[in-house]
Design a protein around this ligand. Sequence first.
Ligand code: ITT
Length: 195
Amino acid sequence: MNILLFATNNLHKLREIREIMGLDVQILSLRDVNINEDIPETQDTIEGNAAQKARYIYEKTGMNCFADDTGLEIEALDGRPGVYSARYAGEGCSFDDNVDKILLELQGNENRKACFRCVICMIMNGKEYFFEGRINGVIIEVKRGKDGFGYDPVFVPDGHKQTFAEMPALLKNGISHRGRAAEKMVKWRKDEIAK
Ligand code: ITT
């Protein structure tokens, strides 16, 4: 059995990644290895933060591991909240506070185009590998749906009518930024193992 440690404190992300990666690999959480502190995320790029989180955990545990970082990039807001997506409405803010802030900033704006961008940094036997996934969509005006997390209630991916928060998890994971990045990581590992 392959084991990978996922360097996240976000339980929604952990559940999604476990669903995406399937049964071929056992995904351990930080709680499983008794790491309870907040991992530093102080870089100014999504790639930088993913690498910072993965390195921090690798140095602590020596285990093969990965971390992801995601940003919601809104065209009319010049790419904000981007790398600041987690704490856009301020330190200690909730998912709802962040959503309310972007809705306010977009009020009256007809350009609702946005994209989720996710970068996974995996450290395997001391070497770093990066995988990226994106999904384009629009930000709607009023929140819809109870599932998912973060900005899901206001994000409708292109070609769909439901928000990410209204979709069954399987559908979101199949098309999402994180799903696409994770798929690349899974394929890369399969090829590596087959070598
Ligand atoms: P970590 O412990 O893994 O750092 P995090 O919640 O800080 O968890 P990220 O830095 O990867 O997560 O993502 C920043 C924010 O972007 C996150 O707090 C959410 O608000 C939002 N986000 C990330 N993935 C999302 C998704 O699939 N759907 C909606 N919002 C998402």
